[in-house]
Design a protein around this ligand. Structure first.
Ligand SMILES: [Zn+2]
Length: 311
């Protein structure tokens, strides 16, 4: 039974989106509380460093961060996109939260490449998978999982990386960033139609993108069958050296932003299937990033099942 290392930081709790916004600080609060209360998993919590400009620039041009940070208000909130998508806000604490969330991923992949860690979970916010090369959207500013992947390529010469995204929304940012990179497999299962609208099966990149859109009302058994046949079978063939996860928990039946009917135990099964592939091809190395999940009860219980699958 292995240890799960958790990277997080109190700065990630400060990011404010105003009242009535689903991506609220309490999300991370309940996740950290759930992690503290788990007694059947060996966890070790470590503090996430701030990502450096150089690390972020592995994915995003320097102007992206400069433009975003120049918009940060002294008080209150500013939106980074105009209507009808004006739901991605900067607040006075945004810079630290964004850089800690990204820095967690850097430290996480460092720990698997240099310290022999096998399973790592980045308990962070803001999330990242909607962030495109030069566009913040969908509550995301920097694509945390993409920066970690580029860091693995750049600093550790990793040749094949799989990014598996089981957040209920398609990771348009991750797909855009790696659309022409055959060394990265991106596989996503997501509700369709739903924000952001991308992620059709026909979007295949250079043969490295695998999208599995699923209908509202899909339940756990069907979800797992589609996930295995459309995503995991391809990951297995790809034989990744490291597996990164965009772990959103908004396909839970209670989630207010989507309409998929997963139960908490389904996240255990999803994770276990991924871990089996990692044990076959990736020396067991799985680094998971918290993305969405907007019902506090559902999020806490789903993260616990995810960590049970990872251990
Ligand atoms: Zn989501």
């Amino acid at each position: 039974m292995g240890k799960v290392i958790i990277f997080t930081h109190p700065d990630c709790l400060l990011k404010d989106n105003g009242s009535n916004h689903p991506e609220k600080k309490e999300r991370l609060g309940v996740v950290l509380k759930a992690i503290q209360s788990i007694d059947d998993i060996d966890t070790e919590v470590r503090l996430a460093p701030l990502a450096t400009n150089e690390q972020v620039s592995l994915v995003h041009p320097e102007s992206h961060l400069r433009d975003l940070f120049s918009m940060i208000p002294a008080s209150g909130l500013v939106t980074v996109e105009q209507e009808p998508n004006a739901d991605t806000f900067l607040c006075p604490n945004s810079k630290e939260a964004i850089l800690r969330a990204c820095g967690a991923g850097i430290a996480a992949v460092q720990s698997v490449m240099q310290d022999g860690a096998k399973r790592v979970f980045c308990a962070v916010r803001p999330p990242g998978h909607h962030a495109e090369t030069t566009r913040a959207n969908g509550f995301c500013f920097v694509n945390n999982v993409a920066v970690a992947a580029r860091y693995l390529q750049d600093k550790h010469q990793v040749k094949r990386i799989a990014i598996i995204d089981f957040d209920v929304h398609h990771g348009n940012g991750t797909q855009e960033i790696f659309y022409n990179d055959s060394s990265i497999l991106y596989g996503s299962i997501h509700e369709h139609p739903l924000f952001p609208g991308t992620g059709l099966s026909a979007e295949t990149g250079v043969g490295n993108i695998f999208n599995a859109p699923i209908a509202p009302g899909t339940t756990g058994e069907d979800f797992l069958n589609i996930f295995k046949s459309k995503i995991l079978d391809n990951v297995d063939k790809f034989q990744p050296e490291v597996i990164l996860l965009s772990a959103g928990f908004d396909a839970h039946r209670r989630d207010p932003l989507a309409n998929i009917d997963l139960e908490p135990k389904d996240y255990f099964c999803i994770t276990k299937e991924i871990v089996d592939i990692a044990n076959r091809h990736s020396q067991g190395r799985v680094v998971s990033f918290l993305e969405g999940g907007y019902d506090l009860v559902a999020l806490a219980e789903s993260v616990v099942e995810h960590l049970r699958g990872l251990k």
